[in-house]
Design a protein around this ligand. Sequence first.
Ligand code: KIV
Ligand code: ZN
Length: 410
Amino acid sequence: LENTTEHERKGDTTMYDDEVPKPSTTRRIIIFDTTLRDGEQSPGCSMNLQEKLEVAHALAQLGVDVIEAGFPIASPGDFEAVKAIAQEIRGPVICGLARCREADIDRAWEALRWAESPRIHVFLATSAIHREHKLRMTKEQIIELAVAGVRRAAKYCSNVEFSPEDAARTEIDFLCQVVEAAIDAGATTVNIPDTVGYAVPSQMYRLIKTLRERVPNIDKAVISVHCHDDLGMAVANSLAAIQAGAGQVECTINGIGERAGNCALEEIVMALRVRQDVFHADTGVVSQRLVPTSRLVAGITGMVVQRNKAIVGQNAFAHEAGIHQDGILKEPRTYEIMRPEDVGFSRSDLVLGKHSGRAALAARAKALGYELTPEQLDRVFQEFKILADKKKEVYDGDLAALIEQQTRVV
Ligand code: KIV
Ligand code: ZN
């Protein structure tokens, strides 16, 4: 017993961030934030220039590696926003999206050339359904266009990302050919999008592994993933891609984005940090900034964060059940796998409701300045349960009134 840690003595395998032994092989995953591009494509989520700048500053403070600031050819407003972000934000790489068209790429560069570290992101769909119905192009034409797009972008800047749109539904042999050609043409990052959120984790793992095995020049580029959440698996798919060797994850604050959204930044970051024993990978994100950034984006876009949203939802560290509250008061690790303050909440929230127990009630009463005798606590607890049956949540004001009433009777 002498040589065991406190955790081991308690039979406890949950560790907080600062207690996790960092293996020497921890990989640094690049966080590519696309809140301002794919996130803004959520219906009703448009942001004006000032709002975009505010979010970009918050993302830089959060410690993301790349900010995809917009799609400069999409509109004059998008162009101005990318340009302003490129001029003002220092630290992260600033990226702009472009189709494999000359006008798109030229316009993207016009906005990005002010950046300290610019990146042009060119994309072209590769799946049969997109080739046949949307682009009406042969495989040969796709490769030719992708190569021309990457080459044009590479003339402007040394940091070029290429995305074969709908990669997860593209024939693997063709995808390998496109990726190889894009890297030969100068792509420094190849991003593998699951554009319609169709993949499952085992498939995503195999896909990245196959690319690493079959594309001869793959080591010359960073492999990235960009997963949508149509089946609710964007984060799981991104984690599977990391396990297969992906070095960059594209994600958005609160998981906003086209349709059901993108991989949620806060979830991927904390999954990697809390489960380093599984992933042996981490990011440069300042996790304490996650909640403030989430709130800023929710406030600006009007996309409310669901209460039970992992990591940043109002209930993420709220406990109502008496057994849980008792556990939390004795030792937070009984019911929490990370500390609320590690993601930017001030503390755990013991919600007083009909499932709450005496321990939580006594603790809240004490925090409100009431030292109750055991008899007083009994009476207050009885009255509290009657009140809690009528109300979803018993607030501090309700409790104070109840205590005043019960202690006056004594
Ligand atoms: O979902 C997608 O395929 C995209 C690309 C532009 C990367 O957003
Ligand atoms: Zn997307």
